[in-house]
Design a binder for this molecule. Structure first.
Ligand code: MG
Length: 203
């Protein structure tokens, strides 16, 4: 399986990164070696000194599809969770400056912790989900999916023009404003509405 991640899908996050608001979705891919499950600890990598969290709503793809029409896109995902798109911000900045690919900053081992999936029927309106991240009990990031620039279905339709979705693939739908650093010893807890979805330590 693969993890497709959308960049700059929230206006205020694009602004905090001093990036333009995209006219079409921006995406990149993390390999399956990025996954971290079951609230296992995340080990701070030696190659960065500026590791940032990006809390994101994650969709689980449940069927094969390519060039999916937007009006059919909702049939291609069946469950939702929260995930963190860990980013080595110092490396990403260097890659951007040199025009290099982002993989070393985004696609490293265990850079995608995810929670358990909730069937989408249980969540009601997926277009207005509140989600938030606390570090050591303090609120650091908060978003609502109605602020996404591109909807889930626009993202699926667009990405599938280029990349085939397979059952089990994941779509990280972008992070809201408020990204920031983590350090060794931090406890990260992420909530979807009032459900605790992630609860793990940085070691
Ligand atoms: Mg992200």
């Amino acid at each position: 399986m693969k993890i497709i991640c959308v960049g700059r899908n929230y206006r205020e996050h694009a602004q905090e990164m001093q990036s333009d608001i995209p006219e079409a979705p921006i995406f990149f891919i993390k390999p399956d070696s990025c996954l971290l499950r079951n609230n296992q600890p995340f080990f701070y990598p030696k190659f960065t000194s500026e590791l940032h969290y990006e809390l994101e709503v994650v969709l689980r793809v449940n069927r094969l599809g390519r060039s999916i029409g937007q009006k059919f896109a909702h049939r291609y995902y069946d469950a939702v969770t929260l995930g963190i798109d860990f980013t080595a911000r110092d490396l990403q900045r260097m890659c951007k400056q040199k025009g290099l690919p982002w993989e070393m900053a985004k696609a490293f081992d265990h850079s995608a912790p995810i929670g358990l999936f909730i069937p989408k029927e249980e969540l009601g309106d997926l277009g207005s989900l509140d989600f938030r991240l606390e570090i050591n009990g303090k609120l650091v990031q908060q978003g609502n999916t109605h602020d996404m620039i591109f909807s889930y279905d626009e993202l699926i339709a667009y990405v599938s023009r280029f990349v085939t979705f397979r059952t089990g693939d994941l779509l990280f739908t972008g992070t809201p404003v408020g990204v920031g650093p983590v350090k060794i010893g931090d406890r990260l807890q992420a909530y979807l509405g009032d459900r605790l979805m992630l609860d793990f330590f940085v070691r």
